[in-house]
Design a protein around this ligand. Structure first.
Ligand SMILES: C[S@@+](CC[C@H](N)C(=O)[O-])C[C@H]1O[C@@H](n2cnc3c(N)ncnc32)[C@H](O)[C@@H]1O
Length: 304
């Protein structure tokens, strides 16, 4: 895990490296004077570059559900040309209404999680994190993951792990998590990893190329943040209605559940001219320098 502290002990800037940056800029094709929405602004790695293309007259609207990430974004961006909002991209139509804008020229979504959230020990995103297993982007809404584990019955928990993590051992893991609730309830990420490792058969554990708890974390994070619901809702209506005709949308996803939704949305030929029949993936060089990019899939489309 990269550390936020530099050798001098001073706090460094954001850790997150934007994925597929060159490809985002190419497909987004932002021009001077345009209004661009970065619906998942994060540490503004993409936005900072987009702003250079639309300046001086353009405007960038950055949204994020996480106030910590908006803090990073505000340090990186020239605030004279952008506005930042703590909101889900699913709320974009309401945000535009407040800004008295009917539509925008470009929309970018870079889904999932930032390296800065992963490194924050208080949020539970990292496997070794010792803080509470929270997993929410916006900690002022909903309930943390440890509470979800505590409140769901075994079948509900197994469904979450199966549906949103596509986890092979969902039933075994759900059984383990509910059984240990009375004596050793899971409260931290590290405890969750331990419980999953004990529930998954040894052979599967030793053959796994990634941490055996990867899919469990994905499923719980999707559940506590309602991630797929936000994405589906936005792809069905908000994205189309917020873009001007001829406007472009670029979406980067990190797992098959998200990518399937994006692929299906852009297949609607009455609404979209699909620019990527196959998803764009990171080059071998980018995958080497930024391992997060290995699972990234970019799709782009023009709003008809
Ligand atoms: C992969 S990071 C974005 C990184 C950013 N593109 C950059 O280059 O710095 C994803 C961000 O999306 C945010 N996020 C996740 N779901 C969201 C949603 N429904 N609406 C707005 N932001 C969301 C997360 O809090 C996180 O900061």
């Amino acid at each position: 895990m990269p550390s936020r502290e530099q050798d001098s002990g001073e706090t460094a800037g954001p850790l997150h490296r934007p994925v597929l940056l060159r490809e985002v800029l190419r497909y987004l094709d932002a021009q001077p004077g345009m209004t661009v929405v970065d619906g998942t602004v994060g540490a503004a790695g993409h936005s900072k570059e987009i702003l250079k293309h639309i300046s001086p007259a353009g405007q960038l609207i950055g949204l994020d559900r996480d106030s910590m990430m908006l803090g990073y974004a505000s340090q990186s961006l020239d605030v004279a040309h952008c506005s930042l909002h703590q909101a889900s991209y699913a709320e974009l139509p309401e945000i535009l209404e407040k800004l008295e804008l009917s539509t925008v020229d470009r929309v970018l979504l870079d889904l999932g999680l930032s390296s800065d959230q992963l490194a924050d020990d208080d949020r539970g995103f990292g496997f070794e994190s010792q803080g509470p297993l929270d997993l929410r982007f916006d900690i002022s809404r909903g309930k943390p993951a440890w509470k979800l584990i505590e409140e769901c019955n075994e079948a509900e928990l197994a469904d979450i792990l199966h549906n949103w993590g596509e986890e092979r051992f969902s039933k075994q893991i759900a059984k383990r998590l509910t059984e240990q609730r009375t004596k050793a309830p899971v409260r931290t990420a590290a405890e969750l990893v331990q419980a999953v490792c004990e529930a998954v058969p040894g052979a599967a554990r030793s053959q796994a190329r990634k941490n055996p708890a990867t899919r469990v974390f994905q499923a719980l994070r999707i559940a506590v943040n309602d991630e797929l619901q936000h994405l589906e809702e936005f792809l069905q209506e908000g994205l189309f209605s917020s873009l001007s005709p001829g406007g472009k949308a670029v979406v980067i996803s990190f797992h098959s559940l998200e990518d399937r939704l994006v692929k299906n949305a852009f297949r609607d030929v009455k609404r979209w001219q699909n620019l990527t029949t196959k998803p764009v993936t990171a080059s071998a060089v980018e995958q080497k320098v930024n391992p997060r990019s290995r699972t990234a899939k970019l799709r782009a489309a023009i709003r008809l």
